[in-house]
Design a protein around this ligand. Structure first.
Ligand SMILES: [Zn+2]
Length: 324
């Protein structure tokens, strides 16, 4: 037990570093893992919902299937994790991690929240643009992209493998503390080579982005009409949420406040291997979830099961996600 606590206290641990390599590489390893099958992607991979006068469209980018190992939940025995999954009728030898962005159409603006992989990920990712087209939009229609944090599954969709920008007319709005952390050379160089993958991905996406396209904001700022940013640090140093308000209704996009809710909403004290500061992430998760339940807001999450938006309800020691 002591060893686990130290592991949690260590911040970006070796486990988290190899997980970042996973995020940087997309889901390429999934093709090398035998006998786990292929995840079933949602079809259609978009879903509309009204929030006041605004429209929110969930856009699936794909799903990665990952063998469930001891490392996935850093502070719980695998047997407990398996029994939590089994209690919900879910498979216990692997985890399907969905990737979902959200498009907010409000007052003539088209605001995309996070971006998927584009063509940089594994075979069962990169569907966002096709789903955007199916919902009736072209990449040129997007005027703003909001980024929650700089993990590869959230930012690589901004730039294709050939270097071209996916959303040519969009301003890309990024949390200032997140940008500062990942783009700082001293921070990167202080880490062993094996832990630098995520920093390199951030550079590939952002280093050459024209100054008039890249807008840094302070968490707490209004980032688009009716959309406020909310600091939710822990998963990464600058991880930030977005809250849409329209005509008395609200929708909170929580990014990676939790990974799959079947584990980390049901037990918010569990730390996914990707949480860089597990203790800060745990506190933030409980606070934000409690606030969402109290206000009865709609919630959306990047790694929630499609359509990835719905309601949260208090359940046991944590919260249950009820898809809309
Ligand atoms: Zn993520």
């Amino acid at each position: 037990m002591m060893q686990r606590r130290q592991f949690l206290a260590a911040g970006l641990s070796a486990g988290a570093a190899s997980s970042l390599a996973f995020l940087a590489a997309g889901a390429a390893w999934a093709q090398n893992a035998p006998n786990l099958g292929t995840p079933t992607l949602p079809s259609p991979g978009f879903r509309r919902m009204k929030v006041g006068d605004a429209e929110v469209i969930a856009l699936n980018d794909g799903i990665a299937r990952r063998p469930l190992g001891e490392e996935f939940v850093r502070n719980a025995p695998l047997a407990e994790v398996r029994s939590m999954l089994a209690s919900q009728g879910l498979p216990t030898d692997y985890i399907d991690i969905p990737f979902n962005a959200f498009l907010v159409v409000n007052g003539g603006r088209r605001v995309l929240m996070d971006s998927g992989f584009a063509d940089n990920g594994g075979a069962t990712t990169g569907r966002l643009l096709a789903n955007l087209a199916a919902a009736g939009f072209k990449p040129e229609d997007i005027d703003t992209v909001l980024i929650t944090h700089y993990h590869g599954d959230h930012i690589q969709g901004l730039r294709r493998k050939d270097g071209s920008l996916v959303y040519p007319n969009a301003k890309v709005m990024v949390p200032e503390p997140e940008h500062a952390f990942w783009m700082d050379d001293a921070t990167m160089n202080a880490r062993p080579e094996a832990q630098r993958g995520g920093f390199m991905v951030a550079r590939r996406v952002f280093a050459q982005m024209p100054a008039d396209k890249l807008v840094r904001f302070a968490p707490g700022a209004e980032v688009a009409p009716g959309i406020r940013s909310v600091a939710a640090h822990g998963h990464t140093p600058g991880h930030t949420l977005f809250e849409l308000q329209s005509a008395g209704q609200s929708f909170v996009y929580v990014g990676d406040l939790t990974n799959v809710p079947a584990l980390f909403a049901r037990n918010p004290d569990w730390a996914v291997t990707f949480d860089m500061d597990a203790e800060a992430a745990r506190k933030t998760r409980r606070e934000v979830f409690q606030r969402i339940v109290s206000s009865n807001a709609m919630v959306g999450g990047y790694h929630f099961p499609f359509p990835a938006f719905g309601r949260l309800a208090a359940q046991g020691n944590g919260f249950a996600f009820q898809p809309a």
